[in-house]
Write a protein that binds this ligand. Sequence first.
Ligand code: NAD
Ligand code: UDP
Length: 317
Amino acid sequence: MKTILIAGGAGFIGTNLTKRLLDEGNKVICIDNFHTGKTENIKNIPSKNYQLIKHDIINIIEIDEKIDEIYNLASPASPPHYQAAPLQTIKSNIYGVFNLLELAKKNDAKFLQTSTSEVYGEPLQHPQNESYWGNVNPNGIRSCYDESKRCSESICMNYYREFDSKVKIVRIFNTYGPFMDPKDGRVVTNFIIQALTNKNITIYGDGSQTRSFCYVDDMVEGLIKMMATDDDITGPVNLGNPGEFSILELARKVIVKTNSNSKIINCPLPHDDPTQRKPNIDLAKKILGWEPKIMLNEGLDKTIEYYKEVLKNKKNR
Ligand code: NAD
Ligand code: UDP
């Protein structure tokens, strides 16, 4: 049985990862400041082998227990959330990463940092592979997130070079599925909730921008496989589903699948919204033997069922 710390464990990916690691017989310690995480996500997790610590990782973290692995998921990830708290986002991805790496060093623990496809910015290379350095606006409204995630990668690699820390970096591409907060603001949840409640579907811009959507179970599998690699494997490694869809295609799919009366409306496109996004996952295939198994149609069906339940439970409350 391993003792695994998940920073940001009450958020979307963190909740899914927690459930899987507990199912596999591990002890999980969750650190979360509940900035975007939800107590509802974790309230039904049995307390045996699970410990919750309410703490902001921008402050020093002291834990007496011996820790084997640390997954760092603690950062707002939805554009409206990180843009509403830009300096807190920067501190989470810089001070927070230092604090967790110090904890990892003290415990000789493995440390996995969740970086993002945002490090590629408005990519001039398509699809994006890990050797591409990206095209990022260093001071625009997305920079609090993408520049601090870029810096987090640098901090990890310098701990590896200076202290032999066991670091691993993954770059996550748009991931969706159960346990994302219905008010999170990202596109898949927005569209599904809008469609299920027969509200207008809000497409930002003309909907021709593309994204590649990965179902969360596939992502969790990729994270665990990356953590299990030998100490000389640091990444960065792209994790995502290479299936690429325009936002308009996504909206149409959700309307058909929910049999909704919602109308599509066009809203202003936010600044610096990337035009296209698609991972090259050759590296993940080669070193992790990983590739996504759940394609968008199936993943949307599962996610729609989940949000139907969420809405039903809200109504009955
Ligand atoms: P989320 O917002 O649902 O979860 C983030 C969690 O971190 C929340 O529980 C939040 O309360 C917690 N948190 C934030 N700042 C913290 C701090 N300073 N101290 C302690 N806890 C803090 O987001 P998510 O989609 O689950 O994303 C998890 C990680 O994966 C993030 O680091 C994100 O950047 C990365 N990522 C996610 C995606 C995606 O599509 N979901 C894409 C790229 C990268
Ligand atoms: N988007 C949209 N309507 C919404 C939410 C998002 O059209 O209600 C668009 C957004 O402008 C972006 C894409 O969907 O082009 C993905 O947005 P999201 O916030 O999910 O993630 P991003 O990849 O931008 O970080």
